[in-house]
Ligand binder design. Sequence first.
Ligand SMILES: C[S@@+](CC[C@H](N)C(=O)[O-])C[C@H]1O[C@@H](n2cnc3c(N)ncnc32)[C@H](O)[C@@H]1O
Length: 217
Amino acid sequence: MMENNILINKRFFDFLAPYYDKGILGKFLSNIIYRTVVSVKIKNNSKILDVGCGTGNLLYVLERKKSLKLYGIDLSKKMIQIARQKVKTADIREISVTNLDKEFVKNYFNYIFIVDAFHHFPNHKRVMKIFYRILKYGGRIIITDFNFGIILNKIFSALEPGNTGNYTKEQIKKLFKESGFMVEKQKKIGLFSLMTIGLKIKGKQIITRHAIKKDIK
Ligand SMILES: C[S@@+](CC[C@H](N)C(=O)[O-])C[C@H]1O[C@@H](n2cnc3c(N)ncnc32)[C@H](O)[C@@H]1O
């Protein structure tokens, strides 16, 4: 089942790669990335991972900011070829999200971004555990994904190749909490996208609202 999903996504995005950045759809998707990035106040010298980085548009926006160590992973060779051309300074690896924990050590990243890719990943609960493991304490996970509402999410999921499910605001909040993250913020991006920011905190650590607000725009 998992192998099958990975294969379907690999084929689907290898096929889409030459067209992905083109036209109105390309502009629409880039705009979601831009609005996600500007919603997070990123600290200098951070290590940042873009999971399902596709053609590298998020890493490209971040490359303009100074002193960041950028990483991307994706399973589509063709998407990655474009990303590597676009973002020369990033370390971009061709692997599945399911193998991330073999690639990076525990408590490594300050930020993990996943934009429009989470609904393609297999086994969401397991993947969230992997994100938790490789994120530092005090680090943030930012997932922006499509949310059309409970019924349309099911229809979209059935129609799109490789789709493993979209979440409503409450459903993703629950998944974050169950995976150990504190949900800091949820925000609608455009008509159909929802951004959720989670914070990895130590068990009994208390973080004041003021401290959190300083880091989120
Ligand atoms: C809709 S694209 C989004 C790309 C990019 N994040 C963006 O917003 O432009 C989804 C990406 O997820 C990648 N993907 C799908 N399943 C994956 C998996 N199991 N592991 C890693 N990447 C995966 C696809 O290859 C594709 O590049």
